[in-house]
Design a protein around this ligand. Structure first.
Ligand code: UT7
Length: 326
C-alpha cells in the first residue's frame, strides 16, 4: 500500500572559518598532537569567533540546503533545530532561524535537546509530522557552538569538541510503502536517564543561572557508546526490514575514531563504507551527523539512491538510529 515518506531532497552545512589544530591546543594546555590523534582521531576542529552564534551556522547551512533542494524559505512549513548551545535560553534558536530566513508567520518552530542524538530525535519528530500529513516540507538542523561551553583549561575535554551546523530539507512524497522506497525508512530513539551525570554541563539556568562547562567521565561514555551505536544501527535496520548487506554507507556520530572503528568492526561494516569526519570536525554533538551527511553529498561520495544507516549516542544518555535512502 502506498505510503507518505520524508525524502531528504537537499542538504547543507556551515563551519566557522577559524580552525584550531592539535598543535594550537598544545600551546594552550598540556597535550600533544600525538596524544589527541591517537586517542581520538581528531586533528583539527572549527571554532566560532566572537560575534558568531549557533543561529549564524544554522542559517548558512539552511540556505545551502534550500538551494540544493531547489526551494525557497517560503516553502518551509516546519523548522526544528537540535542543539545544546542555543543563542538564547529562549525563544528557540529555530525561531531565530525563522526570523533571519524570513519564514512566514504560522510555521511551527522548535528546538530539541537530545545532545549528540539531537539530529536523529529531530528527524523522528519531522518525519512523523510528514507521515501524518501535518506538514509537507521540514527544515531539520543540527547545530552547536560547543566552544562556548568548553573549559579551555581542561585538557580532558577541550581537545574533543568543535562548532558547526548541518541542515536537511525533508519533503513529503508518496512512495510504494516498501523497503525499496526513497526517503526515511525508519527512525529509532532511546534514552537511559540513569547516566544523567556521566556527560553533562556542570551548570544550568534553573540550577545556578549559568551555562557551565562540559563535564564527562570519558571512559564510562566510551564503554557505553559502542553498544549504543550498534543498537542504533541494528534496531533501525530491523524496523526498516533491511540488513547491513543492503547498506551503502554508515554515518556514525563523530566523537572518537576508536569508537567508530570498534562499532564498524563489531558490525563487520567495511571501512570503505564508513563516513568519518571527526578528524577535521571534532565532536560537534547534534551537528555531527548532518554535517557528515551534507559533506559527503557535496563531495559526491553519497549519491541519490544510496542506502544510509545512521547511529548516534550522547548525553542523557540518548541514542538512536535511522535508515534513509537518499
Ligand atoms: O559525544 C558523546 C560521546 N562522547 C564520547 O564518545 C567520548 C568518549 N570518550 C573518549 O573518547 C575517551 O575516553 C577520551 C578521548 C575522552 C579519553 O581517552 P582515554 O583513552 O579514555 O584516556 P583517559 O581519560 O583514560 O586518560 C588517559 C591519560 C590520563 O593520564 P593518567 O591519569 O593516565 O596519567 C589523562 O590525564 O591521558 C591523560 N589525558 C591527556 N593527556 C594528554 C587526558 N586528556 C589528555 C590530553 N592530552 N588532552
Amino acid at each position: 500500500m502506498s505510503q507518505i515518506r520524508s525524502r531528504i531532497i537537499g542538504t547543507g552545512y556551515s563551519l566557522p572559518a577559524k580552525v584550531l589544530t592539535n598543535d594550537d591546543l598544545s600551546k594552550m594546555v598540556e597535550t600533544s598532537d600525538e596524544w589527541i590523534s591517537t586517542r581520538t582521531g581528531i586533528r583539527s576542529r572549527h571554532v566560532a569567533s566572537e560575534g558568531e552564534y549557533t543561529s549564524d551556522f544554522c542559517v548558512k547551512a539552511a540556505q545551502m540546503a534550500l538551494k540544493n533542494a531547489d526551494m525557497s524559505a517560503e516553502d518551509i512549513d516546519f523548522i526544528i533545530v537540535a542543539t545544546v548551545t542555543p543563542d538564547n535560553t529562549f525563544p528557540a534558536t529555530a525561531a531565530k532561524v525563522g526570523k533571519i530566513l524570513g519564514i512566514r508567520a504560522g510555521v511551527a518552530a522548535m528546538d530539541v535537546n537530545a545532545a549528540c542524538s539531537g539530529f536523529i530525535y529531530a528527524s523522528q519528530i519531522a518525519d512523523n509530522m510528514i507521515r501524518l500529513g501535518q506538514i509537507k516540507n521540514a527544515l531539520v538542523i543540527g547545530a552547536e557552538t560547543l566552544s562556548r561551553i568548553v573549559d579551555w583549561n581542561d585538557r580532558n575535554t577541550c581537545v574533543l569538541f568543535g562548532d558547526g551546523a548541518g541542515a536537511a530539507i525533508f519533503k513529503a512524497y508518496e512512495e510504494k510503502g516498501t523497503s525499496a522506497d526513497r526517503g526515511i525508512l525508519s527512525v529509532k530513539i532511546f534514552a537511559d536517564a540513569s547516566h544523567y551525570d556521566t556527560l553533562c554541563s556542570d551548570s544550568g539556568v534553573s540550577f545556578n543561572q549559568k551555562s557551565g562547562f562540559i563535564h564527562m567521565d570519558g571512559k564510562e561514555v566510551f564503554k557505553i557508546a559502542i553498544p549504543s551505536l550498534i543498537e542504533g544501527v541494528e534496531s533501525s535496520l530491523a524496523l526498516a526490514g533491511l540488513s547491513l548487506s543492503d547498506v551503502d554507507w554508515y554515518i556514525p556520530h563523530q566523537a572518537n575514531a576508536r569508537i567508530i572503528d570498534s562499532v564498524a568492526k563489531n558490525l563487520e561494516i567495511d571501512d570503505s563504507k564508513v563516513i568519518v569526519t571527526v578528524d577535521h570536525h571534532g565532536n560537534t554533538s547534534a551537528a555531527s551527523i548532518p554535517l557528515a551527511l551534507a559533506e559527503s553529498v557535496e563531495s559526491g561520495k553519497v549519491k541519490a539512491g544510496n542506502l544510509i544507516v545512521i547511529s548516534s549516542m550522547g548525553a542523557g544518555f540518548t541514542w538512536g538510529g535511522m535508515v534513509v535512502r537518499i
